[in-house]
Design a protein around this ligand. Structure first.
Ligand code: ADE
Ligand code: ZN
Length: 335
C-alpha cells in the first residue's frame, strides 16, 4: 500500500505556501535577511509546534512568515515545496498564498507574486509539475483591506486563478466578505473558502450561498447538517480535506475518528491534502499513508481520492484529462 500511494499520480488542492516553510530554510532566510527569530535550533522550533486550536497555530505561522522579504525568499520557499511534490508524484498543485501577511509588513505584492510565480514556471519546465495560484484573503482583517489586496492583484491577474478565504474562522463568517468576493468573481477569479474547519455548518452554508464558492476547504462540520450535505452533492462541490492538520489543530481528536470515510460513503467528493506540511508533521503522502492506515481504506478508495484531486482541480480540460488518463493506467497496472 505504501508503495502504491508513493507512486500514485495525484494533485494537491489545499496548500498554503507559507505553511511549507521548513525550519532549516527559515533559519537560512532569517540569517541572510539579518532578522532574528525567537528560536536557537530546529528542535526548539519543532517543540513550539504544539497547538490546541487554529489560533495557536496561526500565531506561530504568521511569525514564521515574517522573515520572507525578497523575491528570492518567495522563490526559494515555493521551489522547495515544488521539489517535494516531484518526490511524491504530485503532478499538479493549487497553491494558496496570503498577500496581506506580507504587504502589512511593507513587502510589495509584486515581490510576493514574482517570486512564487517564477518558481512555478521553473518547476513546470524542470520538474514537469503544473501549478496555479489561489490568492487568499485573511478573514480576521476587514473587507476593506481585502478590497485593497484585490486592487493590488489586478496587474498580475494573469498569474492568479482563484481567491480564497483563510485565517481565524470563528467570528469571521463568509458573509463579512460578500462584496469583495462578488468583485473578485467579476474580475474572473474562481472563489473558494475555508469553511467548517472550526466554524459550524452555518459557515459552510454562507460560503455556498453568499460568496458562491466552487470548492470547500476542509468542510468537516458540513456533516452536522443533512440538508447541507445534499446541497454540496447537488452543486457537485469537492471538499479539500486535510487529515494531519485536523489532528494537529484538534479539529479531530484521533485519526481513527476522522470523518473522511463517512464523507466518501455519503457520496461527497473528497480530496486529501497537507494544508501546512511544515507545521502539521506531514506532507501529502504522509497524509495518505496515515489516513489509509487509520481508516483501513482500500486501494480503490485511495484511487478515488486521487481521481477527485484531478477531477475537482481548476485545470483546463485537456491537461485534466491527461492526468486522469495517467492515473487510470497507473491504477490498472498496480491494483
Ligand atoms: N492558514 C493556513 N492554514 C490555515 C488553516 N488550516 N485554516 C485557516 N487558515 C489557515
Ligand atoms: Zn488551509
Amino acid at each position: 500500500m505504501k508503495n502504491f500511494i508513493t507512486n500514485l499520480p495525484k494533485a494537491e488542492l489545499h496548500l498554503h505556501i507559507e505553511g511549507t516553510f521548513e525550519p532549516d530554510l527559515m533559519f537560512k532566510i532569517a540569517k541572510r535577511n539579518n532578522i532574528t527569530i525567537p528560536y536557537n535550533s530546529i528542535e526548539e522550533i519543532k517543540e513550539a509546534y504544539n497547538f490546541n486550536c487554529l489560533q495557536d497555530f496561526l500565531n506561530i505561522y504568521y511569525e514564521g512568515a515574517g522573515v520572507l522579504t525578497t523575491i528570492q525568499d518567495f522563490y526559494d520557499l515555493t521551489y522547495s515545496y515544488l521539489k517535494s511534490c516531484a518526490e511524491q508524484n504530485v503532478r499538479h498543485t493549487e497553491i494558496m498564498f496570503d498577500p496581506q501577511t506580507h504587504t502589512d509588513r511593507g513587502v510589495l505584492f509584486e515581490t510576493v507574486i514574482t517570486g512564487i510565480s517564477k518558481a512555478c514556471e521553473d518547476a513546470k519546465e524542470n520538474l514537469g509539475i503544473s501549478s496555479l495560484l489561489i490568492m487568499s484573503y485573511l478573514r480576521h482583517l476587514s473587507e476593506k483591506e481585502a478590497f485593497k489586496t484585490l486592487e493590488q492583484s489586478l496587474p498580475f491577474k494573469n498569474k492568479i486563478t482563484a481567491v480564497g478565504l483563510d485565517s481565524s474562522e470563528k467570528g469571521n463568517p463568509p458573509s463579512k466578505f460578500k462584496n469583495v468576493f462578488e468583485a473578485s468573481i467579476k474580475e474572473g477569479y474562481i472563489p473558494v473558502a475555508h469553511a467548517g474547519e472550526e466554524g459550524n455548518s452555518d459557515y459552510v452554508w454562507e460560503a455556498l450561498d453568499i460568496i458562491k464558492i466552487k470548492r470547500i476547504d476542509h468542510g468537516n462540520n458540513a456533516l452536522q447538517d443533512q440538508k447541507l450535505i445534499d446541497e454540496i452533492i447537488a452543486k457537485d462541490l469537492a471538499l479539500t480535506v486535510c487529515p494531519l492538520s485536523n489532528t494537529a489543530l484538534k479539529v479531530v481528536t484521533d485519526l481513527k475518528k476522522h470523518p473522511l470515510k463517512q464523507m466518501l460513503d455519503l457520496g461527497l467528493k473528497v480530496t486529501i491534502n497537507s494544508d501546512d506540511p511544515a507545521y502539521f508533521g506531514g506532507n501529502i503522502n504522509k497524509n495518505y499513508f496515515e489516513i489509509q492506515a487509520a481508516l483501513n481504506l482500500t486501494k480503490h478508495q485511495i484511487y478515488q481520492l486521487a481521481k477527485n484531486s484531478f477531477q475537482y482541480s481548476f485545470l483546463n480540460d485537456d491537461l485534466k484529462q491527461q492526468y486522469l488518463n495517467e492515473l487510470e493506467v497507473y491504477y490498472l497496472n498496480n491494483n
